[in-house]
Design a protein around this ligand. Structure first.
Ligand code: ZN
Length: 163
């Protein structure tokens, strides 16, 4: 049983660089674009829906205006993993807890001009993780607006630690 609540940086292995949200999104986009280009070169056609990714360029998240501050998403824990779900197409990505930005790997945040979306993490994250780690992985679930007191009560009712 994992001893951490997994997030983007704990889940993915990498040779020498940190897998943060921008690195992840750029990498997935490059793979998708490469696959579409290869298919076009080999077959001479590809689904229209797949070719839209060829025109996508992700902004440097540090550039002015690169973050859609008015379109945040909340992180949640599902089966022991911090995730963020796109509210446009329900694509799910691992949350980057240190660089809390979201880029949907399905539609590339097209509806907000391909900008990054802020991810809202709970201020009680440490307490939430401590309580969840006392549970079997299948029951390591948390979602706003569930409180630390709610989690502690559930743990207590199931004979697990509540502090
Ligand atoms: Zn999406």
């Amino acid at each position: 049983m994992s001893e951490v609540i997994e997030s983007m940086r704990t889940y993915f292995a990498s040779g020498d660089r940190v897998v943060d949200a921008p690195t992840f999104a750029r990498g997935i986009l490059a793979v998708q674009q490469g696959n579409v280009r290869r298919q076009m070169a080999t077959l001479g056609f590809a689904p229209m829906s797949a070719t839209t990714c060829l025109g996508v360029t992700l902004p440097d998240p540090d550039a002015p205006g690169a973050i859609a501050e008015d379109a945040p998403l909340r992180a949640y824990v599902n089966h022991g993993e911090w995730k963020v779900r796109c509210d446009q197409d329900y694509d799910v990505e691992f949350a980057d807890l240190e660089r809390p930005l979201f880029m949907c790997a399905s539609h590339w945040n097209a509806h907000v001009g391909y900008r990054w979306r802020p991810v809202i993490l709970p201020v009680e994250r440490v307490a939430i993780e401590r309580l969840l780690l006392r549970r079997p992985i299948a029951n390591r679930n948390w979602r706003y607006p569930e409180t630390v007191a709610d989690l502690a009560r559930d743990n207590r009712e199931h004979g697990l630690g509540d502090d």
